[in-house]
Design a protein around this ligand. Structure first.
Ligand SMILES: Cc1ncc(COP(=O)(O)O)c(C=O)c1O
Length: 388
């Protein structure tokens, strides 16, 4: 038979995370520090709002952009937190998570060969979505010595006549880095000078530890040249509901709506009702979960550093990114052996881009007790392999 799949699909690399978790799924007694989602259940009132909407018969499509009441609530929240105004009628789209939003934005802006500059290590979908849209992802490295913040000069040097956008994702998955105002202002200056769009994935905006999250479109002159991606998955523990949003100037957003209406029609209706409730009553739950993540963050960072795995103190999200190259193993070998010999799952840094080489991602969206046990297992593993 003929090869039916398109070249762009057969050439698409499988996610380094998936590959790893296929192995984890076959093993018993594994402590997983690999999962990129909250271990908490969605807060009760949010679940109840979803159930109530179903009972009330809200089981139909919504408008393509999403329920206007939800778009108004999202616009209010962005304004309240960051002082940026978006018109709910034309400038907000409810998407099937930030995942769909990534597909929409790259498909909407990229002609074949157009380039997007992406600092890495970064979330695995960015590059894949650029590839799928026919664009070229230009990766620039970030370094532990810079707290994994992007280096604006490297961004500027990567610009070519084909560059269309700079993509940033802070707080960052996998490093936990938060970009400072100074860095973001430099990126804003570069975007303006070279007339580029900035796409900012701020899905972890609410998960920061004692530092300020700066919403990129809130910077001077940036609202008009940026696309803000946000969601409910992380802060409200709502990964399975598949709900997120895009906020952007109307002339850009309406391009995304055109693709969205043909691909998914509208985000899940039940999740839209739940999201309204999340914005209405969710804040105390966000704060509770944040306090618990912070407790675990301190434990894991201290633990890794004590074991000789140099770890930058993450300021956001729920990941630690220790350096694991001391044993003379590659990050892939380290994670592979740690899983098989110690029953602890971490994700090799190279799954997040070349600049992740020598590091591994450990999620602390797992219980305090499990993190303690994982650290003990890692200690035994390191001793056995004379890494300490
Ligand atoms: C940085 C980042 N962006 C986007 C996503 C996808 O989020 P959603 O559940 O909204 O599709 C993730 C999920 O891990 C992520 O880490």
């Amino acid at each position: 038979m003929k090869e039916f799949l398109a070249d762009k699909i057969t050439q698409l690399k499988p996610s380094g995370i998936r590959k790893f978790f296929d192995i984890v799924a076959t093993m018993k007694d594994v402590i997983s520090l690999g999962i990129g989602e909250p271990d908490f259940a969605t807060p009760e009132p949010i679940i109840r709002a979803g159930i109530k909407s179903l009972e009330m018969g809200e089981t139909h499509y919504t408008s393509n952009q999403g329920l206007i009441k939800l778009r108004e609530a999202v616009a209010d929240q962005i304004h309240k937190l960051y002082g940026v105004n978006y018109d709910p009628a034309t400038e907000i789209l409810m998407s099937v998570g930030v995942s769909e939003a990534l597909y929409l934005i790259f498909t909407a802006i990229l002609d074949p060969g157009d380039e997007v500059i992406i600092p890495n290590p970064c979330f695995v979908s960015y590059q894949a979505e650029v590839d799928l849209a026919g664009g070229v992802a230009v990766e620039i490295p970030t370094f532990m010595k810079d707290n994994f913040e992007p280096e604006p000069d490297l961004i500027e040097r990567a610009i070519t006549p084909r560059t269309k956008a700079i993509f940033i994702g802070y707080p960052n998955n996998p490093t936990g880095a938060v970009a400072s105002r100074e860095t973001l202002l430099r990126i804003a200056e570069i975007a303006e000078k070279h007339d580029l769009l900035v796409i900012s994935d701020e899905i972890y905006d609410r998960l920061v530890y004692g530092v300020e999250h700066i919403c990129f479109p809130s910077l001077p002159n940036m609202r008009e040249r940026s696309v803000l991606l946000g969601g409910f998955s992380k802060a409200y523990a709502m990964t399975g509901w598949r709900i997120g949003y895009v906020a952007a100037p109307a002339h850009i957003l309406q391009g995304l709506v055109r693709i969205h209406q043909y691909t998914v029609m509208s985000a899940p209706t039940v999740s839209q009702y739940a999201a309204i409730e999340a914005l209405r009553v969710g804040e105390p739950y966000v704060q509770q979960m944040l306090a618990e993540y912070d407790r675990r963050r301190k434990l894991i960072v201290k633990g890794f550093n004590r074991l000789g795995l140099d770890t930058f103190e993450p300021k956001g999200a729920f990941y630690a990114f220790p350096k694991v190259s001391n044993c003379g193993l590659s990050d892939e070998e380290f994670c592979d052996r740690l899983l098989k010999e110690a029953g602890v799952a971490m994700v090799p840094g190279t799954a997040f881009g070349a600049a992740g080489a020598g590091f591994a991602r450990a999620s602390y969206a797992t219980s305090y007790e499990k993190i303690e046990e994982a650290l003990q297992r890692i200690e035994t593993f390191l001793k056995k392999n004379t890494c300490q």
